[in-house]
Ligand binder design. Structure first.
Ligand SMILES: Cc1ncc(COP(=O)(O)O)c(C=O)c1O
Length: 386
């Protein structure tokens, strides 16, 4: 048996994914995997736990080194230690960045449909959203550069949040796309927050390119957000890394961190982070094979048994964007169908923006038997209404 086939009961563990909804609902929503962590992470955590003292914790040099080595090895991205800031999470960091880098009423460009906390990060921090919707061309999403040229010209546009790879549509942006985006942003004085939290989860045939690594000019306008939390499923340990080569932008961000006393990591998080980046790579390769097989399973199931549903094939991430628009259901009808009839909880497409209405995002990072059960339930529910 493959180790990723093992079912681990997460119910009644304060688990956000499994304990938020009723007992009978199968959850394939939030970006959280149902797999056990790789042994080096577990061992590192046991070592910290067995020490028995859990006081305030410093960021050791090995925190910086493990991250810089990982990025150099996997993406040939050479990062200097002084560019790195710690953050407990990427969503909190994006919120702090919007606050630090915009004035009230400034505009932040989002490429929609997109990860829903981006919307709140803009609005809750006094800025306005400027949408640059993605275009769906032959079952794959693309950036709309003509629209971006126009939006970036807006004198109040000062920031763009790039989701790379993109959640929920699964695109791994290629170099040409990133270059076009970066050049438009440079020309119009727009800074780029590049959220690369999913960048280790890339399928065969695709390559992640860190936005900041492309040219020196790109690095000067960029803020890159990274973490092993999706790759190794350690989001509950709350540790991430923000890379800001431009010293003026970095000072603004670090001031917010210091003013909020957010400079010290969780003692468990820092050890897990290092273990992941230093010793987790072979486990990650096995994970990607399992996820690829889950994807194939999903494609085949949908093609044979759910012909009205279309899959937007992801190039990275374990999140898959499913098109249910052929069913012509309202957003509430589709939600009811999933939750009440099928008794599965996927993320409703509309929460990613109006462009997502009629879509559902499914998380395939679970044992295949759970994925199969969820798809069987969806098939039964769809048959009951057709
Ligand atoms: C694009 C993206 N950014 C950030 C996060 C969450 O980051 P954090 O848990 O570090 O706040 C997620 C989680 O799903 C995500 O998909």
């Amino acid at each position: 048996m493959n180790k990723f086939d093992k079912i681990i009961n997460r119910k009644n563990t304060n688990c956000c994914k499994w304990d938020l909804l009723g007992e009978d609902i199968l959850p394939l929503w939030v970006a959280d995997m149902d797999f056990e962590v790789c042994p080096p992470i577990k061992d590192a955590l046991i070592e910290v736990a067995s020490h028995g003292v859990y006081g305030y914790t410093l960021l050791p040099d090995s925190y910086y080194e493990s991250f810089m080595d990982w990025q150099k090895k996997r993406n040939n991205w050479k990062i200097e230690k002084e560019w790195i800031s710690f953050s407990p999470g990427i969503v909190p960091a994006i919120n702090m960045l919007v606050r630090a880098l915009t004035q009230t009423g400034d505009k932040v460009i989002l490429q929609t449909p997109v990860y829903y906390p981006f919307y709140k990060a803009v609005i809750n921090n006094g800025a306005q959203i400027l949408k640059n919707p993605l275009k769906l061309v032959n079952h794959q999403y693309e950036m709309d550069f003509d629209d971006l040229e126009e939006k970036a010209k807006d004198p109040r546009a000062c920031l763009l949040i790039l989701c790379s790879p993109h959640n929920p549509v699964g695109r791994v942006w290629n170099k040409e796309e990133l270059e076009r985006l970066g050049n438009i942003c440079i020309k119009n004085d727009v800074m780029v927050i590049s959220d690369e939290i999913h960048s280790d989860l890339i399928y065969k045939g695709y390559k992640h390119i860190p936005f900041s690594s492309i040219t020196k000019e790109f690095s000067e306008i960029s803020i890159s957000c990274l973490s092993p939390s999706k790759t190794f499923n350690i989001a509950g340990l709350q540790i991430s890394t923000i890379v800001i080569p431009n010293s003026k932008i970095r000072t603004k961000f670090n001031n917010v961190l210091e003013n909020n006393f957010l400079t010290m990591p969780n003692i468990f998080g820092v050890k897990a982070y290092e273990a992941a980046y230093k010793e987790g790579e072979s486990w990650l390769e096995e994970l990607m094979e399992y996820l690829s097989d889950n994807l194939e399973f999903l494609y085949e199931f949908i093609e044979k048994k759910l012909p009205k549903v279309k899959v937007i094939k992801p190039q990275g991430t374990y999140l898959v964007w499913l098109d249910f628009t052929e069913l012509k259901l309202t957003k509430n009808e589709l939600k009811e169908l999933m939750l009440k009839k099928a008794k599965v909880f996927l993320d409703e497409g509309y929460i990613f923006g109006a462009e997502g209405e009629g879509y559902e995002r499914i998380n395939i990072a679970c044992p295949r038997s759970i994925l199969e059960e969820a798809l069987n339930r969806i098939e039964k529910a769809l048959n009951s209404i057709s």
